[in-house]
Design a protein around this ligand. Structure first.
Ligand SMILES: [Zn+2]
Length: 276
């Protein structure tokens, strides 16, 4: 078995993330001479072949908070438990205070339903909608999609989990790729076809009118930007994960950058790496 087969095998283990550090140390070895501040993985959904040819390099931090990637799980949890109607709207005025905690959007989005809120990654919508979810309920879905978060007794507000901001939620790039591949192929069988259909549509809208509108329309994706703690202002990590073509996915990808917002770093870089 050569190194590529070995890595492919590793990444295809649905819950085998204990081994992921091996994957990253192996990538580190491969790309040491070509330092860059991102890591990118792409997977062929038919053959399960993992393309490492443009994998990039991240110095040491191979984990990051998922940020808005977690809204994919929140979206599924809300619909599967019928906690929200797809038509239900919340007005985004750019800022909201829930139980003494403030949530913000970069700009007021106006009236948002679930689909538009995912496309625009509206924190105001999701922080309010999340009030209907229990943490126990939410963690059932994170587990179904391969995450094994160790949640302490001193939990964060539910909106922090729904927005992927709780410090206990740090994830690897391989877990992010696994999440989007499972969504693309509708592999978690307990989730209804209708929920997948609505999620795919909202993820497609993300690259048509939403946060990734610089990307091509046949991609379904989700972006995320996480402010680094204890850093100067404007210091971010950013994500984009997705699949294409929307109607019959053949590729899934995940990109993490160690600096810059998704608008300034992850999306332009993804466009370049995906070579549309
Ligand atoms: Zn908003």
């Amino acid at each position: 078995m050569d190194r590529r087969d070995f890595l492919n095998k590793l990444i295809n283990l649905p819950l085998g993330f204990g081994l992921v550090s091996l994957l990253f140390s192996s990538l580190e070895g491969k790309t040491k001479s070509n330092k860059s501040n991102y890591i990118f993985l792409q997977k062929d959904l038919k053959t399960q072949h993992l393309d490492l040819s443009q994998s990039g390099f991240i110095n040491q931090k191979t984990q990051a908070l998922p940020g808005s990637l977690m809204k994919l799980i929140t979206f599924i949890c809300l619909l599967e438990n019928k906690l929200i109607s797809p038509q239900k709207e919340f007005e985004c005025r750019g800022i909201i205070k829930i139980s003494e905690k403030v949530y913000k959007c970069q700009k007021p989005h106006g009236k948002m339903n679930l689909e538009k809120a995912l496309a625009h990654s509206c924190n105001i919508f999701f922080s309010q909608a999340a009030q209907e979810i229990s943490l126990k309920q939410f963690l059932i879905y994170t587990k179904l999609f391969g995450f094994d978060f160790k949640i302490s007794n001193k939990t964060s507000p539910i909106a922090d989990y729904a927005l992927g901001l709780s410090p206990e939620m740090s994830i690897h790039l391989a877990s992010a790729l696994n999440l989007v591949a499972l969504i693309a192929q509708q592999k978690v069988r307990s989730i209804s076809g209708l929920t997948y259909q609505q999620l795919h549509k909202a993820m497609n809208l993300t690259s048509i009118i939403g946060t990734a509108k610089l990307l091509d329309d046949f991609v379904a994706c989700k972006t995320g930007t996480v402010l680094l703690p204890n850093q100067q202002l404007e210091s971010f990590q950013s994500w984009i994960i997705g699949f294409y073509p929307v109607q019959a996915p053949i590729k899934a990808f995940a990109l993490l950058t160690t600096s810059g917002s998704s608008q300034k770093a992850a999306i332009p870089l993804a466009k370049q790496l995906l070579q549309f």
